[in-house]
Design a protein around this ligand. Structure first.
Ligand code: GLY
Length: 350
């Protein structure tokens, strides 16, 4: 039977769903001093009957609150002025609702504020100072500074290395800043996965209900007010409750340009496996990356984007432009929690 144009053909599977939670690798690395990681917590709560989105948020809250995780929430690497500004989005498949916050300061768990935007407003995205006011009015604790000693020290070192007095020529500034970032990664001051950071976590319960959440401190040392892909529906996160979910980590600008999470879900809607749908989005990013400053010596992108993808059958994948021996994503299902290998589009590294 032909689909009407504009209708949303679905791979709606209800009989034999395999509950699963899929996230970026930090979803199975950090415990904030507890015993369980994000994916373990989310899967356990989901299987106990907690709403899928609430379970996923309980999972990412562990990562947001962990002072050792410098790409998300409390202790996330700050912007160029030393201020931690956070982005987050949530999507609820069955309810067909969503909420997000951009550039919010002072709240450790932006994912919960994004959920409040979904639950208590008619809007999808609230940003900046007004996002903080919204959170205060909803009863969230507002803190003056979300830096930890670790994130503050890393910022001070970045300031020292990138002193603009030594880079007066704007045409060289970008290359100089990139070199600074790479030197801080090489010196072990910044985890290379935390330059753009982020956690994305998607899950489906035994009833086939699919939700997702993405939360981040965004690009380290970003221009104040810069908002990446994480809080933008279709970019950092997209969920269609009848098809699947996708979310991202990595260079938000590249993902925003192609709205890749939406693209992935649409590719799955038309029958592609999560891996092939994700790689198609990576191909799109590569195709759209033509500026010299964004290309390496081999003419391929000098940054990475990863996508975490699952469909309504419980099939899943983690893909990226590049992967090295350590590139992983997190999964939890009835077999337990583990890290699995990321499938790359391109050989080599950034
Ligand atoms: N993907 C996170 C960011 O670019 O902000």
């Amino acid at each position: 039977m032909r689909e009407r144009p504009g209708s949303a053909p679905a791979i709606r599977i209800r009989g034999s769903v395999r509950p699963v939670v899929v996230s970026s690798a930090n979803g199975h690395r950090f415990t904030n001093g507890g015993t369980k990681t994000c994916v373990e917590t989310a899967f356990e709560q989901m299987m106990q009957g907690t709403d899928v989105l609430d379970a996923l948020i309980a999972g990412v809250n562990i990562v947001e609150l962990d002072p050792l995780e410098t790409s998300v929430g409390y202790g996330g690497l700050p912007n160029a002025e030393g201020v931690v500004q956070l982005d987050a989005s949530v999507m609820h498949g069955p309810r067909k609702r969503a909420g997000a916050v951009g550039s919010i300061e002072g709240v450790r768990t932006p994912s919960l504020v994004a959920k409040a935007v979904m639950d208590f407003t008619d809007h999808h995205l609230i940003v900046g100072k007004d996002a903080q006011t919204f959170a205060r009015n909803r009863g969230f604790t507002i803190e003056d500074d979300l830096n930890t000693e670790r994130s503050r020290r890393a910022w001070l070192e970045w300031k020292r290395r990138s002193d603009p007095v030594h880079h007066l020529d704007p045409s060289h500034r970008e290359a100089a800043l990139r070199a600074v970032m790479m030197s801080m990664v090489a010196d072990g001051l910044v985890d290379e996965n935390h330059v753009y950071g982020t956690i994305n976590c998607n899950g489906m319960n035994a009833k086939g209900e699919i939700c997702g959440v993405t939360t981040t401190s965004g690009l380290a040392w970003k221009t104040p007010g810069r908002v990446g892909d994480s809080p933008v529906l279709g970019a950092g996160l997209y969920v269609d409750g009848e098809v699947g979910a996708a979310g991202s980590t990595g260079r938000g600008e590249a993902n925003l340009f192609g709205l890749c999470s939406m693209l992935v879900v649409e590719e799955m809607r038309h029958g592609k496996h999560p891996k092939d749908a994700g790689l198609e989005a990576c191909r799109r990013i590569q195709h759209n990356t033509i500026e010299k400053r964004l290309l390496n010596d081999r003419g391929t992108p000098n940054f990475n984007v990863n996508l975490y993808v699952m469909n309504a059958r419980g099939e899943y994948a983690g893909v990226g432009l590049y992967a090295n021996a350590n590139s992983r994503f997190a999964v939890c299902d009835e077999k337990g929690a583990r890290l699995e290998v990321i499938e790359p589009l391109l050989e080599g590294s950034v």
